[in-house]
Design a protein around this ligand. Sequence first.
Ligand SMILES: Nc1ncnc2c1ncn2[C@@H]1O[C@H](COP(=O)(O)OP(=O)(O)OP(=O)(O)O)[C@@H](O)[C@H]1O
Length: 293
Amino acid sequence: MTMDKLEIKNLNRNFKFGKQKVLKNINVSFLSNKIYGLFGENGAGKSTLMSIIADYNFPTSGEVLLDGENVHDNDNALSKIYYMNQNNMYPKNEKIKKIFKLTKAIYKDYDSQLQEKLVNEFKLNIKLRFDKLSTGYKSIVKIIIALCVPCKFVILDEPTLGLDARNRDIFYRELIESYSANPRTFIISTHIIEEIDKLVSDVVMIDNGKIVLNDTADNIRSKAYSVNGPIDLVSDYTKDLSVIGKEELGQYVTIDVMGSLPNKEVPSGVKITKIELQKLIVNLMNKDGANDN
Ligand SMILES: Nc1ncnc2c1ncn2[C@@H]1O[C@H](COP(=O)(O)OP(=O)(O)OP(=O)(O)O)[C@@H](O)[C@H]1O
């Protein structure tokens, strides 16, 4: 029996003949039936990593293994990985109807029923040509296909690009519904973290080509706190903790920390609250944003 484990091992990707190191010794595993949020600033390396996983791009060194097999040029492995991205790989003049048909022909067990439901929900006119669609509707066509293909690993690179609030909402709802009916692994990159943070089971964060966070969302949530109160007291209370954010307001300060809280009494006047995943990730991005190489 297969485990459906996607393993990235010692992966590096350089551009410009080694002058630009975009991915630096990436080691991360994506396990079956989880929903991963892949986060990081613009240019952090998310798309490069996703495209390498799907064999649309190649590593300078290292490998991507699916159940222990290298995915490169491996039709069997690649048939289990679907990669939705911002490139438009469909024939320009084709009607959407035809694009759906072509996809269905490639994937046995393609979910036509779900496709029809999504077409209606998103109010997509399938008689139109793909290249005539708005940015949002181009994303919608790709989202529909990504949800209907029978792949164990579905990689969504900024799926909500150009989608308005209503359509983003439909997407999140349908993603959960489809996942519940048919659990599989999703790897989703997005900059709209606050809309997706309740949906992801795991978080992988890339900063400057390196993995800086890789844990379950629950674990991360349970380790992150905001400590608020008078500057002196808060600074003292948090002095041995890993500080990921700080906001001063007059004599008061809010310091966001990660890790276990100290084994000492919380000074009176100091308030400790849990941090939202979204705030935490934004903090981490700010913290490491201008980092070394
Ligand atoms: N084919 C390429 N040739 C040269 N440089 C590239 C190539 N592809 C990506 N890069 C560089 O790699 C870096 C990471 O890009 P990537 O698209 O992976 O980032 P990202 O995290 O997906 O960013 P965004 O959130 O903006 O989509 C960028 O500096 C980009 O210019």
